[in-house]
Each structure stands twice: as C-alpha cells, then as structure tokens.
Design a protein around this ligand. Structure first.
Ligand code: GDP
Ligand code: CA
Length: 324
C-alpha cells in the first residue's frame, strides 16, 4: 500500500512494481489538486499515476500523454477562452471527457478511476489506483495581493503552481472542504490489510499532506499492523524536482530530509513512520534522526529507472523488517 501524489509518486510506484511484480499494490492518490476546467473534471495526480503505470506518459515532461498534440488548447486560446495557463493535451482531453461523463451519470470517482485503469493497467492488474476520497477537497494557496481589499488573495493550488510557478511567497496552504471528507471506498480496508505501507517521496504539503488530512486515514495508518516506510523527496536542501521548497516553510517544516522525517515522525512519538530513507549525501541527517529515535538510513534515492528505486526499496524493507 502506497500513499502518493503525481510525478514523484508514480516514479516511485513503478519502482515498487519492478521490485515486486507479483504483489498486489494499492496506491492511494491525492485528489486535492483536482480542478474543473472547461467543464471537464481533471484529476492530475490520478492521471499521472495511471499514464505512468500504463506506459502512456510523456517521458520528458513526466506528466500528460506521450505523442501529445495541443490543437484543442490552441483553438480555445484563439477564441480567447480562459484559463490558458493549464495545458490540456488533445489525447489527455479524452480522459477528462470520459471521467466527466461518467461522474455526471452518477458514478463515483473510485469506479471511474477503475474503469479508466482497465485500459491502462489491464483487467488482470495487481495494481489498484484509489482516489483518497470521493468528496470534493481543494488545495488553495494564500499570497499577498496589494490590490485585494484584504491585502491577500487565495487561489487554487494549480493556479499558484502552474500559472505563477510558485513564485509569490505562499503565506498559507488551505485544504478547502477537508473536514467534511471521508476516505474513498477501499482505502481504510487497504491500509488495514497491507503488509507494508509506503509513503512515496511526493510533496509532503500538497500531495501526501491532503491524503493524511482526510479524517480517518492517519488514524488507520497508525493503527495498521504493517510497518510504515517513508522516502525523502528532499535531497540536501532542495526537492529532486519541482518546487516543494516553496511550500514546506508554510507548514513550518524545514526544507531538508531531516525536516520532512521529523514532520512525519516516528510512530512511537505520535507520528507515522517505522523507518525513513534519505539520500546518501544526507548521511548526517540519518545519524541525527536515528539518534532521535527515528530509524533512518542514507542510500541513493534517485529514481532514474525502476531498478534504482527497487534497490533503495530493498534497503528500506530491511530497515522496517517487512514481513513476508
Ligand atoms: P506531483 O503531484 O506531480 O507534484 O508529484 P509528487 O508530489 O508525487 O512528487 C513530487 C516530489 O517527488 C518532488 O518534491 C520531488 O522532490 C520528488 N521526486 C521526484 N523525483 C525524485 C527522485 O528521483 N528521487 C526522490 N527521492 N524524490 C523525487
Ligand atoms: Ca500533484
């Protein structure tokens, strides 16, 4: 069982699948990035996961479809239709149309995701992609805006991330609607039944944060029989890719592998983890955290190919004593 966001999450899951080709793997995916654009429901992290595991992802961008075209976007732009800052490729749009139609017909997101995955993973797939919740929840970011009456402005995370490239300082991160959410069907059952729980090196604020904030999920992980292993997406004092360093300070977490490890915390001191992996250049952090009571190992964490991910996964499994 794996908690994950989009790009980093899907690279990680590919490695876990490589390590355990016969294992049943449930992936619980963040949905707080989801957004309605041009009338279509878009679920960026679910789609990145699905395309990546189904070999349909663009290998350079690491999100969206391969062999993508942009004629629909061009046409919308020519009409002057906003927003134009969120790229929706022609092939990708087909996914959003199907999802929107099925949801409008009353199907749940979990069922729609399963239906889409039927194409990408095949009917016999041992990997199940589950949305964290069926309920609407949105990541919003608060920034300074001298022109707004309050001096501040709140925008959807996608607008902050994609349109503004995380350039304005984030003052706050809000999860709109999170208190009213509950875990999607299968999520808490999957956590309880797991023999290993993995926290992907996804963004701790906007990818893993929302999953853990769905009422019931954190408690289910703390109550689970399985050991919990986390992997740092921060190497040195920066994320491997992306802009996670722009948001960690907002939740009071130091931008370092040690900072994120302390944020997730050891199970015995109210946290989640039985073990934490940091990159081999962060050996100092491993020593410090282990001394503080969080078993931590430094090992190469670059997920350049699934075999590299499988190698550090084996180190982590050894650390937390995965049961056969
Ligand atoms: P998003 O939802 O598409 O933004 O992606 P995620 O939240 O799932 O993953 C983004 C995080 O993955 C970033 O903060 C990166 O630091 C991390 N990441 C990406 N590639 C690697 C890698 O090769 N190794 C490690 N350790 N982390 C990575
Ligand atoms: Ca995301």
């Amino acid at each position: 069982m794996i908690l994950a966001g989009g790009v980093g999450g899907s690279r990680f899951v590919r490695g876990v699948r490589h390590a355990h080709p016969e294992a049943t793997i449930d992936v619980i995916v963040n949905t707080a990035d989801d957004i309605t654009l041009h009338g279509m429901r878009v679920c960026p992290d679910l789609d990145t996961m699905m395309y990546a595991l189904g070999d349909g992802i663009d290998p350079d961008r690491k999100w969206g479809r391969n062999d993508e075209g942009w004629r629909i976007m061009d046409e919308l732009r020519t009409y002057g239709v906003e927003p134009t800052w969120f790229a929706l490729g022609d092939r990708d749009v087909a996914t959003h149309i199907i999802r929107t139609e099925l949801m409008n017909a009353g199907y749940r997101l979990a069922d729609v995701t399963a239906a889409l995955c039927h194409r990408w993973l095949g009917p016999e797939s041992k990997i199940r992609i589950l949305p964290m919740t069926e309920d609407r929840v949105e990541s919003h970011v608060v920034v300074d805006d001298p022109e707004a009456p309050s001096g501040r402005r709140t925008m959807h995370f996608q607008e902050y991330w994609v349109r503004h490239r995380a350039e304005p300082d984030a003052l706050e991160h809000l999860l709109i609607g999170i208190k009213e959410t509950s875990p999607a069907p299968g999520v808490t059952e999957s956590i309880a039944a797991a023999d290993l729980i993995l926290i992907a090196p996804s963004n701790p604020v906007v990818s893993i944060g929302p999953v853990l904030a769905v009422p019931g999920i954190r408690a289910a992980i703390r109550a689970a029989k399985a050991p919990v292993l986390g992997v740092s997406g921060i190497i040195g004092d920066a994320p491997v890719l992306g802009m996670a360093h722009r948001l960690l300070p907002v939740i009071g977490v130091e931008v370092s592998a040690a900072g994120v490890g302390r944020h997730y915390g050891h199970r015995d001191s109210g946290g989640l983890l039985d073990g934490w992996l940091v990159h081999d250049t962060d050996a100092g952090a491993a020593e410090a955290l282990t001394a503080e009571g969080l078993p931590t190992v430094a090992t190469p964490l670059m997920m350049d190919d699934p075999a590299a991910t499988a190698r550090f996964l084996a180190v982590g499994e050894e650390l937390v004593g995965r049961r056969a």
